[in-house]
Design a protein around this ligand. Structure first.
Ligand code: R1P
Ligand code: URA
Length: 241
């Protein structure tokens, strides 16, 4: 039994979708044929079922890299080979408006967790086969949503403190969007031999004061989340493992 996920590894498919919110995991699982709950502990709610005839699990990882890392490590220990995170993110670029989708090719490691796992220069990269599968699935679904592909940033802080975060520098450097778990996913997947990728629904602007502006419950964001879930399911089922 995986101790934090409380999943019997024999029940765990090799292909997994992960997302932060346990309720969102339940909603995505309800899209699968023959879906069943395979584990429920803390923020980790896990389901399995079939998408296009292929066995897939959907597992929630909670908010932030440390808790999500526990999830990713246990999925690797349970024999998972391919893992795609679907999430929400704040945009850094004007043309990437709320309701857009971002496919992450790599993550800036502005989290605290990965520096306790690997040296500073170690990259946090998505697997190119998973990125290609996500791009292809997004094209084929013709959602009409704006889809961007590139570098995202992972950080631990959600609401501002008194330290000024260098948002402007990262914007200038062309980073597309900000979220809180991709770097942990990409580094742990590299260490444990999993192929990982991530697609994000934009819910606002990351350099704004989130205490004033943050609202992930708009119809625009919910539509993007629904689209990214189907794109990620197509991709995770299609990629060769
Ligand atoms: O939509 P999810 O997967 O939860 O991701 C984003 O939303 C959470 C913050 O509200 C953080 O976990 C961030 O990474
Ligand atoms: O981490 C996150 C998630 C959504 N929106 C943001 O601005 N940041």
């Amino acid at each position: 039994m995986l101790p934090n996920l409380k999943i019997d590894p024999a029940q765990l498919p090799e292909r997994v979708i992960v997302c932060g919110d346990p309720k969102r995991a339940g909603r995505i699982a309800s899209l699968l044929a023959e879906h069943t709950l395979i584990g429920e502990n803390r923020e980790y709610h896990s389901y399995k079922g079939k998408w296009n005839g292929i066995e897939v699990a959907v597992v929630s990882h909670g908010v932030g890299s440390p808790g999500a890392a526990v999830c990713f490590e246990e999925l690797a220990k349970g024999g998972v080979k391919t893992i795609i995170r679907i999430g929400t993110a704040g945009s850094y670029q004007k043309e990437i408006e709320p309701g857009s989708l971002v496919i992450s090719t790599a993550a800036v490691r502005q989290d605290g967790l990965t520096s306790q796992l690997v040296p500073p220069g170690f990259p946090a990269l998505a697997d190119r086969h998973v990125v290609n599968a996500l791009v292809k699935a997004a094209e084929e679904r013709r959602t009409g949503l704006y889809v961007a592909e590139g570098i995202t940033l992972t950080m631990d802080m959600f609401y501002n403190g008194v330290v000024e975060f260098p948002h402007k520098l990262y914007q200038k450097a062309g980073v597309l969007a900000v979220e809180m778990e991709n770097s942990a996913l990409f580094v742990i997947s590299a260490l444990r031999g999993m192929k990982a990728g991530s697609i994000l629904a934009i819910d606002g602007y990351a350099d704004a004061d989130l205490l004033e502006t943050y609202d992930p419950h708009t119809e625009t964001t919910q539509k993007a989340i629904e689209a990214e879930a189907k794109i990620a399911l197509d991709a995770v089922a299609a990629v060769s493992i």
